[in-house]
Design a protein around this ligand. Structure first.
Ligand code: FES
Ligand SMILES: [Fe+2]
Length: 281
């Protein structure tokens, strides 16, 4: 399977990277060991020792931030260079090198650059809403694994028309079915939106707002940032009122393809860290 490589992928939530622990992840079919260096920075290395291919995440993290391979004890620093050989005269072969992946922390997520071009941190999509939670909101962070290709999730979430049938009465109803859907594209960002003035609010939004079934202005907007980031904003407000006076759900998803989908794999190939922010009334 071919992937877009010269882009950032989400490996995990920041808090999952506990100091002193080696985490294993698979992204685009490549095994990675990810950990925090002593200075707090994030390190991502190929999870395979160049000596006899032992997985490095089964080794030990040293005080200097190097990993000791659990098989014969070679040490690799954060750049993937072998810096110590406990055997014989302690010679370090030049070829003993592990691939290091540029890694970055932003928006409470750990990002890894999988390509060979120079990474550009400014290209990390803006998912900053999680850190901006106020008392008025409940923010839930979560993580979902699916046995599916990530493009199917993108396809489903940009497809607003299915809510009326598949989530009948909960996320859509006959009033919302007749509203126009608008699609805008700017560069690598596609926004699909539906504006529904003065409609009977679908069940979930009525529950989050006035709980009286009375007409409300309702919106559903979803933004896709290629290749796999989605932010959706759906809510209701009193007819003619500002959106900020209403209620709703704001969610983001970062789908990372772990490995090619094959029928014989038992491990799910896709991981989606996501969060929802719900307005509390
Ligand atoms: S396999 Fe890693 S040191 Fe031998
Ligand atoms: Fe759906």
């Amino acid at each position: 399977m071919q992937y877009l490589r010269n882009t950032w992928y989400v490996a995990m939530w920041s808090e999952q990277l506990v100091p002193g622990k080696l985490e294993r992840r698979e992204i685009l079919g490549e095994p990675l060991v990810i950990y925090r260096a002593p200075d707090g920075g994030v390190v991502a290395l190929q999870d395979r020792c160049p000596h006899r291919f032992a997985p490095l995440h089964l080794g030990k993290l040293q005080d200097n931030g190097a990993i000791e391979c659990g098989y014969h004890g070679l040490h690799f620093d954060r750049h993937g260079s072998c810096i110590y050989n406990p055997h014989g005269k302690g010679l370090v072969p030049e070829a003993a090198k592990v691939r290091a992946y540029p890694a970055h922390e932003a928006h409470s997520l750990v990002w890894v650059w999988m390509g060979d071009k120079t990474p550009d941190a400014s290209r990390i999509p803006d998912l900053s809403m999680v850190g901006q939670a106020q008392a008025r909101y409940i923010t839930q962070r979560d993580h979902l694994e699916m046995d599916a290709g990530y493009q199917l999730v993108v396809d489903n979430l940009l497809d607003l028309s299915h809510t009326v049938i598949l989530h009948r009465g909960v996320l859509g109803n006959a009033d919302t079915a007749s509203a126009q859907i608008r699609v805008d594209q700017q560069g690598d960002v596609v926004t699909v939106s539906r504006w529904m003035p003065s409609v009977r609010p679908p069940g979930l939004f009525d529950m989050l707002f006035r709980r009286d079934g009375e007409p409300a202005d309702h919106w559903t907007d979803i933004r896709w940032m290629a290749p796999c980031y989605l932010v959706n904003d759906a809510g209701v407000t009193a007819p003619g009122a500002d959106r900020a006076e209403g209620s709703g759900i704001y969610g983001r998803r970062a789908a990372a393809q772990r490995s090619p989908r094959t029928p014989w794999r038992v491990r799910p190939p896709m991981a989606i860290p996501f969060c929802r922010r719900t307005t509390v009334r």
